[in-house]
Ligand binder design. Structure first.
Ligand SMILES: Cc1ncc(COP(=O)(O)O)c(C=O)c1O
Length: 402
């Protein structure tokens, strides 16, 4: 079968096999602890669901403008004005099927065949894959657990070459939970402006920051790099709306027009009902967001504490999003496996705990634990991980004695 050459550049998600196996076990009725989820476990808040019911009742079920209804584009501007003190016009926004489509539209609109696009690792795998789908080449700058996976400006600026066309920053970062500081973003923004590049900021987890400080990334971009930056975000994680598929981009009008041209010929508008729900999410009460964040914080602190009781699991405490990203290379060999991917496979098969191996994030030796699940599940999951390691070690010691 001859597929397009594009397909030879794109890798399917490396975690798909594990997800399929976890599903198979679940369907067999196995008592699975799933720490792999990349989405909130909370239901969508009631007032948001009510807005969707109302949209249906009023037969708001037709095509909308491809870039989204005016009311929602205005609501995005209102939210950002309230939260960050910045003024955007509705024409500087587009409503997309999640942040994923916002990022993809941006990649297609901005990057050409052979361009280099810099991003930081460990990364959310879709970022480099979308760059490749656009024909460009991802250039990866490492961040390190030793300093909290901090996204430093200088290594990113040093990676700029004559072929660089853009930089993609993800803060809070999936999978590390790291944030970029305002100072680092300013340094990168200045380099981007000086060299006429593009800066794409994936702020999908912007509402999930545990100890909010004075840093205002959106204002930095609006004030210093308005004509060269694209902000991508979504209702997905903040309002527990992953299945509704609602994200957005904020960018210069011409970029928005290009993204809209792409979207107009691919998916067109986001579901009309979803859009009405998103207006309620953005303009309605924000207290459910705070309640969810408070709960995530409690879970983060507990699961971090439990996991690191085995001191070989070293783990940065994440500052945002809802993932722990511990290092476990030290226990691989004692457990009789060579890689974190093998560890995750064996853990699933023997102890029925699903988590995501670091290989998928360009970070072998690490794994990702999602704490978007109940404390009881987290407690059980961590106990099973510790027991798994203990049993495997004992088995190995026994085997070597024999
Ligand atoms: C870093 C990051 N960006 C973007 C997305 C896409 O989110 P959405 O569901 O809104 O498309 C995700 C989803 O997991 C993510 O982790």
């Amino acid at each position: 079968m001859t597929l397009s050459s594009r397909m030879s550049r794109v890798a399917p998600s490396p975690t798909l096999k594990l997800i399929a196996e976890a599903d198979r076990l679940r369907q067999q009725g196995v008592d699975l602890v799933d720490l792999g989820a990349g989405e909130p476990d909370f239901p969508t808040p009631e007032h948001i669901k009510a807005a969707a019911h109302e949209a249906l009742d009023r037969n708001f079920t037709r095509y909308t403008p491809s870039a989204g209804i005016r009311e929602l584009r205005e609501a995005i501007c209102t939210r950002y004005a309230t939260d960050y003190g910045v003024t955007f016009a509705p024409e500087e926004t587009i409503v997309t099927a999640g942040a994923k489509q916002a990022l993809f539209n941006a990649a297609l609109a901005l990057f050409d065949e052979g361009d280099e696009v810099i991003t930081h690792a460990p990364y959310w795998p879709t970022i480099p894959e979308q760059v490749k789908l656009a024909g460009a080449v991802p250039v990866i700058v490492q961040t390190y657990a030793e300093d909290g996976f901090t996204i430093h400006a200088q290594p990113i600026i040093d990676a700029i070459t004559a072929r660089t066309r853009g930089i993609v920053i993800n803060s809070p970062c999936n999978p590390t939970g790291a944030l970029i500081s305002e100072d680092a973003l300013i340094a990168i923004a200045d380099a981007v402006a000086k060299r006429g590049l593009w800066l794409v900021a994936d702020l999908t987890y912007e509402k999930l920051i545990y100890e909010p400080g004075p840093d205002n990334l959106v204002k930095v971009l609006a004030d210093r790099l308005r004509d060269r930056s694209v902000i991508c975000s979504a209702a997905s994680k903040a309002y527990a709306m992953t299945g509704w598929r609602c994200g957005w981009a904020i960018a210069p009008r011409q970029v928005i027009a290009s993204m809209n041209a792409i979207q107009g010929h691919s998916t067109s508008n986001v579901s009309s009902i979803t859009q009405k729900a998103a207006v309620a999410a953005l303009l309605g009460p924000q207290d459910s967001l705070k309640a969810m964040l408070d709960e995530y914080r409690i879970r983060r602190d507990h699961v971090w504490q439990w996991l690191t009781e085995d001191t070989r699991f070293t783990c940065v405490k994440p500052r945002g999003a809802f993932y722990l990203f511990p290092y476990l290379a030290e226990v691989l060999e004692p457990c009789g496996v060579r890689t974190t991917a093998e560890f995750a496979e064996a853990l699933l098969a023997e102890s029925h705990v699903a988590l995501t191996a670091g290989e998928g994030f360009d970070a072998p030796g690490f794994f990702r634990i999602s704490y978007a699940t109940s404390l009881a599940q987290l407690r059980e999951g961590v106990s099973r991980i510790h027991d798994f390691v203990r049993h495997r070690e004992q088995g190995r010691v026994g085997a070597s004695v024999l």
